[in-house]
Design a protein around this ligand. Structure first.
Ligand SMILES: [Zn+2]
Ligand SMILES: [Zn+2]
Length: 339
């Protein structure tokens, strides 16, 4: 089967591998669509990944074969999967925080190949059925939407709150959609690229500004004129992290959603004097995939604005990663791996 293998920094190439066999508790899925994630881009363009890996974790497809000890699934079922459900027994899982499971796999993956491939083997425990009436193409948004919804959970926002989203790439746009999905309307997006600002407004932001438009209060006790209840930092950029902290009202929350290689300098006195909360959002809420695909099925999510119109083959992956990193592609890019 065709796969896109990461070979080293900036290098990803089409290769052939044997179709894998599902083990106990696993299924084989023929991949329909797989989204390109910021993590995939960091892995390839910045060289985070160990050479030889196959990325891609935002996939949808149909079950092609079933391993031993798997109940409730049939060949041909439309699924999304790869949801990390946690061990179910540790303190974090017991408090419904599977993203912090003490036994979660490393960030670089669990050793299984990802879905930039025609087939993927995956744990049956992490499968969620795709609703009738939801296309496999739209269903491929489940994982990143679940990530965005978890970021909203971490921001602890309520309808009526004012929220800043820094960075309107694919995950920032999904964050806007997730905020709208829970009734938040006063959403400001800060984003340097004009096309992405326009898209953010179309998805449901109330205002879109350039990052340089954001005030930088001088003293730690000073607040901006219209402070935010929460900031969802989706760009991974140091300036956005540092400026984002300065936009919060007293008691506000800064949530890191986008990963980045450089470390910000956060004003500790601003955090202290205003009792700001700085936290992160990793993976998803308990049951996050089900909540995300339910939201997609509800029709409330403007999927056509969140997915690039042209899907790409495996051979187009590196080019798409460069264009996403440069902001030339606005929304989520989907790979159709059949080649
Ligand atoms: Zn992702
Ligand atoms: Zn656990």
């Amino acid at each position: 089967m065709p796969v896109a293998v990461y070979r080293g920094k900036g290098d990803i190439a089409l290769d052939e591998k044997p179709v894998p066999t599902p083990g106990a508790g696993e299924v084989l899925v023929e991949v329909s669509h797989c989204g390109v994630c910021g993590t995939d881009i960091h892995m390839v363009l910045e060289g985070w990944g160990p050479p030889g890996i196959v990325g891609g974790h935002e996939w949808s497809g149909r079950i092609a074969a079933i391993g031993l000890e798997v109940d409730g699934w049939a060949v041909g079922d439309a699924v999304v999967g790869g949801e990390l459900v946690g061990c179910g027994a540790c303190r974090m899982c017991a408090s419904s925080r599977p993203s912090l499971c003490e036994y979660r796999p490393p960030v670089t993956g669990d050793g299984h190949d990802g879905a930039f491939a025609q087939f993927i083997v995956t744990a049956a425990a992490g499968l969620v059925p795709v609703h009738d009436g939801v296309s496999l193409r739209n269903a491929a948004l489940t994982e990143p939407l679940a990530v965005a919804m978890h970021a909203v959970t971490q921001a602890a926002v309520r309808p009526g709150d004012r929220v800043l989203v820094t960075g309107a790439g694919p995950i920032g746009l999904l964050a806007v959609a997730a905020l709208r999905g829970c009734g938040v309307e006063d959403i400001v997006v800060s984003e340097p690229t004009k096309g992405r600002r326009q898209r953010a407004l179309a998805v449901g932001a109330a205002r879109a500004v350039e990052p340089t438009d954001l005030d930088k209060p001088l003293m730690p006790m000073d607040l901006v004129d219209e402070p935010m209840d929460a900031v969802l930092e989706c760009s991974g950029r140091v300036e956005a992290m540092e400026t984002g902290l300065g936009q919060l009202r007293r008691g506000g929350r800064l949530v890191f959603v986008g990963t980045g290689m450089s470390t910000p300098r956060l004003d500790n006195n601003r955090i202290l004097l205003n009792e700001l909360v700085v936290t992160g959002a990793y993976n998803y809420d308990a049951g996050g995939f089900t909540a995300a695909i339910d939201l997609i099925a509800s029709g409330q999510v403007p999927v056509d604005l969140l997915i690039e119109p042209d899907d790409i083959p495996l051979t187009g992956l590196l080019d798409a990663m460069h264009k996403l990193a440069a902001g030339e592609l606005v929304a989520k890019v989907l790979v159709v791996p059949e080649g």
